[in-house]
Write a protein that binds this ligand. Sequence first.
Ligand SMILES: [Zn+2]
Length: 266
Amino acid sequence: MIPLRDICEFLDTFAPLETAEDWDNVGLLVGDPDRMVARVMTCLTVTSDSVTEAVEDAVDLIVSHHPMPFHPLRRLTTEKTPSRLLLRLIRADVAVYSPHTAFDSAAHGINQQLADGLGLTNALPLVVQDPQRPEQGSGRYGLLQRPIKLADLAQELRRFLGIAGLHVVGDRNRDVRRIAVACGAAGQFLEPAGQVGCDVLVTGETTFHTCLEAEALGMGLLLPGHYASERFAVETLAERLADRFPKLVVWASRQEKDPLFWANEV
Ligand SMILES: [Zn+2]
């Protein structure tokens, strides 16, 4: 058994909470830091499926990328989804820790892993928070070893994420080399990506109008879906936790799934 406090400290070292965005809600969100933990489950999101798995498999701690709770709550009743899920977790004595945007931006966090997965060299933060620390910030951008066609980059991303397909905006035959990545829903990174000369922004999902704006700017967009752009990283996070705390039983949720699916997969 490991004190919850020690796991929180490790997570804060791996994905420093001070680097989370101001609007975010990160760290230990449910639970007693002095309790002892034996079983940990990572997941992308606290949902009915992941809560059921946690309760049935006697999890002590959920490390959920997306925060739960995220918005402030004025009552804990079963009438709304977040409070209903929180009540189930509290009754079963399951703690919740969320690294969210700290994990997006960490040195070995989601965006760096995406950059590595695409083979980007010398990846730098796309939006730097503190000019004194240019190595820290949101998103990443870097160079491919050599230019490739946008359609081929889409295939590379599809293979890396292990997904059936993805949305692409832009000229499929255009050679691209300078690539920006920003996991989740990060269409707002299109402009900064253009400002540093990127040919393409990879983000999980964005709006129709951001897709049109990318076309207008002559940039490509790769949109693998919010889930696919982040879920792989909760699997690597489970491995890191297991390496650091060999006495823990750690796994990435086996029940959570992308709520979106392709109709031809039915
Ligand atoms: Zn997300």
